[in-house]
Design a protein around this ligand. Structure first.
Ligand code: SAH
Ligand code: CA
Length: 214
């Protein structure tokens, strides 16, 4: 579902800095060869993630849900000189492709790629994160939030993607029967009610919940 008039979307894309050549190639290869390419963040959202990272200048970033690595490369643009991004994905089939693009971007020393279940890997990471991207299985967003909130620095940001779930969060039937829709709606309510944070649900693409720890 498009929330915006496609022409407005196109105009916004046409007037946003282009993707660099590595991101362009990764975007193309994902659409050509990988299942469910719509999961890739893409041009506009990628530039938003890079911009957030450049505004924050994080030393430690955690990404939950690497997929083909597009959003990881975007976030890494804003890392400090000594910065590190940890990214986790359960799908080992994408490993070769992800490592290839991390190499092409010259980020082998800055991106630590973990393969496995994020619910098990996050507790093993002994870091304080300045920026976290929640983008894996939607049923576990609340669990990921609980696992990362104490590892987040004061003023640190969690960005949670797809929180509008193509508009299904408004649909009573979907809320009653679809576990992902229900989980995302409950996640958004949990964040709103948590006195430790302030947030803005940005109606960008499929919905980005930007959450700041006080
Ligand atoms: N962040 C990417 C898209 C991620 S798609 C981008 O914006 O381009 C979601 C990913 O979450 C998929 O690759 C899927 O394999 C992964 N995933 C699903 N469940 C997971 C889990 N329990 N632990 C880690 N990764 C998981
Ligand atoms: Ca996503």
């Amino acid at each position: 579902m498009d929330f915006l008039d496609p022409k407005i979307n196109q105009y916004a894309e046409d007037h946003t800095s282009p993707e660099n050549s590595v991101l362009q190639a990764l975007n193309r290869e994902t659409y050509a060869n990988v299942l469910m390419p719509r999961m890739l963040s893409g041009h506009i959202q990628g530039r938003i993630l890079a911009m957030i990272s450049k505004m924050l200048r994080p030393r430690r970033i955690l990404e939950i849900g690497t997929y083909t690595g597009y959003s990881a490369l975007c976030f890494a643009e804003g890392l400090t000189e000594d910065g590190v991004l940890h990214t986790i994905d359960i799908n080992e089939e994408l490993e070769t492709m992800v490592r290839n693009y991390i190499g092409q971007a010259g980020l082998e020393n800055k991106i630590k790629f973990h393969i496995g279940n994020a619910l098990e890997i996050i507790p093993t990471l002994d870091e304080t994160f300045d920026l976290v991207f929640l983008d894996a299985d939607k049923e576990n967003y609340a669990a990921y939030y609980d696992l990362v909130i104490d590892k987040l620095s004061t003023g640190g940001i969690i960005v949670a993607d797809n929180v509008l779930w193509s508009g299904k969060v408004l649909d009573e039937k979907e809320l009653a029967k679809d576990v992902e829709t229900k989980a995302l709606n409950e996640f958004n309510k949990k964040v709103l009610a948590d006195p430790r944070v302030e947030n803005v649900l940005m109606p960008v693409r499929d919905g980005l919940n930007v959450i700041r720890k006080k």
